[in-house]
Design a protein around this ligand. Structure first.
Ligand SMILES: Nc1nc2c(c(=O)[nH]1)N[C@@H](CN(C=O)c1ccc(C(=O)N[C@@H](CCC(=O)O)C(=O)O)cc1)CN2
Ligand SMILES: [Mg+2]
Length: 348
């Protein structure tokens, strides 16, 4: 017998709903005795006696799935070179001196090199003009060695991000941020040329972990153009019933608790508590948030949107941060770049 603790739920009624264990995989958990409530000033803590071992979510290891995908890409890149003597090329455009963007760009270039994709660099100072940037993108658009173009985000405030992203040729839009690609993603019976890398990576994790999507209830937390909205569209394309939770949603925890699959891309550390999650749900944490940590060499550490300690006791599967969706983002960029080159050269 073990004790499962369901923390910080607002009322006995809410907690009672959480105790609906039908969602648990394998049905190994049974109520042994009635639930007792212990009220504190601001929270209610519930201790639930169960017969089986304390449940613990399967950790979805994005790092190892990403490695597997990079190995597959390495193989295909080498076959393309041997067969038609074409090397996929990715142009990487960086503006400004943000440390995080510099790190992502460095990691993307390293990842390209490791799989045999050639990267082409264009770095601009913070104060560059929009015209300089547009000229550079236009040159990459007409360069036959470049199959994919990415503009690292965010851009400095004085630059109109929309105008810059719209200038990338849709055939080379490996980030999938062009409105035509997003528009096609939103339409039934239309295919985008590219899907944004982070939501594509989240879906790939669900697929490779054998998690069924069709007919399931899914909740996406956050509605950004680059993650939340495309994630919701992708789930819907696979026949999930999708709701989006955002800053104006009433009772977000209640809505989220309906979901069999939760993708959180809110950008708020520890937003998603254990009591937001239906027992047995699958939780994909896309948030990358920094919290101060004097004991870490960087002075901070990365956490997701999900309160890992709590949710790992309720969900059936959960991605960690770091090591979950993050590594998949770069793997999907490589995959989109390879697809771009294969499409350009009609190589199967
Ligand atoms: N043009 C783009 N800009 C941005 C994108 C994007 O997809 N295209 N996404 C984010 C940043 N990003 C890639 O650019 C990105 C973020 C995080 C990771 C990652 O691997 N994270 C690791 C942790 C890394 C660390 O320790 O610092 C993880 O989660 O395990 C990769 C790419 C915004 N801009
Ligand atoms: Mg701007």
């Amino acid at each position: 017998m073990a004790t499962a603790v369901i923390p910080d739920c607002s009322s006995p009624a809410t907690t009672a709903r959480l105790l609906d264990f039908r969602g648990f995989r394998g049905g190994a958990v049974h109520l042994r005795q009635s639930v007792s409530f212990r009220s504190a000033k601001s929270t209610t803590t519930t201790r639930l006696m169960v017969m089986a071992c304390e449940t613990s979510a399967k950790v979805i290891d994005g790092k190892s799935v990403a490695k597997q995908i990079r190995d597959e890409i390495t193989e295909k890149v080498s076959r393309m070179k041997e067969t038609i003597n074409v090397v996929p090329g990715l142009a990487v455009v960086l503006v400004g001196e943000r440390k995080d963007s510099q790190t992502y760009v460095r990691n993307k270039k390293k990842a390209c090199e490791a799989v045999g994709i050639k990267s082409y660099d264009a770095s601009f100072p913070e104060k560059c003009t929009e015209e300089e940037l547009l000229k550079c993108i236009s040159e990459f658009n007409s360069d036959p060695l470049v199959h994919g173009i990415l503009v690292q985000l965010p851009l400095p405030r004085h630059i109109n991000e929309e105008r810059v992203l719209d200038s990338v040729s849709i055939e080379k839009d490996v980030d999938g941020f062009h409105p035509l690609n997003i528009g096609r993603l939103a339409m039934r019976d239309r295919e985008p040329l590219f899907v944004p890398c982070t939501p594509k990576g989240a879906m790939e994790l669900l697929h490779r972990c054998g998690i069924e999507i069709k007919g399931k209830r899914a909740v996406v937390i956050g509605r950004s153009n680059i993650v939340g909205t495309p994630a919701a569209l992708l789930l819907q394309r696979e026949n999930a019933s999708v709701s989006i939770v955002h800053s104006y949603t009433k009772n977000p925890e209640e809505v989220t608790r309906q979901a069999d699959i939760v993708i959180s891309a809110a950008g708020h550390a520890n937003l998603v508590r254990g009591c937001w999650i239906k027992p047995g749900a699958v939780v994909i944490d896309v948030g990358i948030n920094t919290v101060d940590d004097p004991e870490s060499p960087r002075g901070y550490r990365l956490v997701g949107d999900v309160c890992y300690e709590e949710v790992s006791k309720i969900a059936s599967a959960l991605t960690p941060v770091p090591g979950g969706v993050g590594p998949m983002t770069i793997a999907m960029l490589l995959s989109n770049t390879l697809d771009a080159a294969m499409r350009t050269h009609s190589f199967k």
